[in-house]
Write a protein that binds this ligand. Structure first.
Ligand SMILES: *Cc1c(COP(=O)(O)O)cnc(C)c1O
Length: 373
């Protein structure tokens, strides 16, 4: 079986660099908030242009920490997509607030501005206090910030960008990490920039918010660790993971270029047999997933047939959140989310990573073509 994401190939490319970086941490012994953590935060800040970077334990905590810092509480509504990974809405529920689900555009899989406006009306009809929006750049491509941000500004909603899949990408020449109030990402191993365990980060240009987030990360600390001025958590990133990320960040930009070359080859090879993903002009995607769409009956047969030929696939996401047991009681924009419902029956993601060579990719393209006459 081919790997869906070949982390081994990246490890071979990096050679002993990551091993040595890990060993340095083991030897210096500052496992918690060692010097690599601050160095990584500086490197990420230079990379994406955000003034403040607060690394943390994972991408879910990153989202939760921002909501905690904003004082999100029961009665508040946060608007977010349903066609996303559960963490996006989960953190809203953690704080007793209400996620209100927004539909997506089928070409981009990202938040549809008209549905966002409908969700704001829905929240208000339900007498909820709409306070913020969590848009998600699904599969690696940025949302249309120029369409979404003005709506949020007009409605006085803060924006928390979930770039767990798109960090490293850009929108109209500007790297993700500086849009909205804050941006979060995940360093889960399979994300475009992954570590060797769990990890995450928050990006913001807001000095006050950054100070609160640093406090929340360490149990709500005030002047020192044993002065607790707010409810926080243990939200720290391990020093070892920071050391791994420092090495991986050095080759990340090149890897994004490779991902885009591979995506272009898939589009060329499959554009006539499946609906291939469209990235809007001015957006550089990180291609966290390469997701095509085919008719539901064909989609359901395609995965197992490819598996028989040694080609793994994945379905992101088979059931949007508003259809999930844990989330189906939360409100949806307007009369429902027809596009999220439709695409969840059609999507299938193909192997995608920067080390997918032409020969292997041709095998995948050939197999998909044979199975989709
Ligand atoms: C992976 C992911 C997260 C959560 O990140 P973890 O590090 O796994 O907690 C949040 N949002 C989206 C869109 C994701 O893909």
């Amino acid at each position: 079986m081919l790997p869906f994401i070949d982390l081994g190939a990246q490890r071979r490319r990096l050679g002993p660099l990551v091993d040595e970086a890990i060993l340095r941490v083991v030897n210096h012994g500052q496992y918690i908030m060692g010097p690599e953590v601050g160095r990584l935060e500086d490197a990420l800040s230079s990379f994406c242009g955000a003034r403040h970077v607060i690394t943390c334990g994972n991408g879910t905590d990153a989202l939760a920490m921002v909501l905690m810092a904003k004082g999100v509480k029961p009665g508040d509504a946060i608007l977010c997509p349903s066609f996303t990974f559960a963490a996006t809405a989960e953190v809203v529920a953690w704080l007793g607030a209400t996620p209100v689900f927004v539909d997506i555009h089928e070409d981009t899989f990202n938040m549809e501005p008209a549905s966002l406006e409908a969700a704001i009306r829905t929240a208000r009809e339900l007498k909820l206090n709409a306070v913020g929006v969590i848009p998600v750049d699904l599969f690696g491509a940025a949302i249309d910030y120029d369409a979404i941000l003005p709506i949020c500004e007009r409605e006085k909603l803060w924006v928390l960008c979930d770039t767990a899949q798109s960090f490293g990408g850009s929108y109209k020449g500007r790297k993700l990490g500086t849009f909205g109030l804050a941006t979060t990402t995940s360093f889960f191993p399979a994300k475009p920039l992954g570590c060797y365990g769990d990890g995450g980060a928050i990006f913001t240009d807001d000095d006050d918010l950054a100070a609160i987030l640093r406090s929340i990360r360490n149990h709500g600390q005030g002047i020192d660790k044993y002065d607790n001025v707010r409810i926080g958590m243990n939200g720290r990133l391990d020093t070892i993971q920071a050391a791994v990320l420092l090495e991986k960040l050095k080759i990340f930009e090149e890897e994004i270029v490779s991902r885009n070359d591979i995506a272009a080859r898939y589009a060329e090879g499959l554009g006539d047999v499946a609906v291939v993903p469209v990235v809007q002009d001015g957006i550089v995607s990180t291609w966290a997933q390469y997701t095509i769409r085919v008719a539901p009956e064909r989609r359901d047969a395609l995965g197992p047939a490819l598996r028989e030929r040694g080609i793994p696939t994945a379905i992101y996401y088979p059931k949007p959140l508003h259809r999930q047991t844990a989330y189906r009681h939360y409100p949806c924009a307007g009369n429902g989310l027809p596009v999220s419902d439709k695409v969840s029956g059609e999507v299938i993601s193909l192997p995608m990573h920067p080390y997918l060579d032409d020969e292997v990719q041709d095998r995948i393209i050939q197999a998909v073509r044979e199975l989709l006459p």
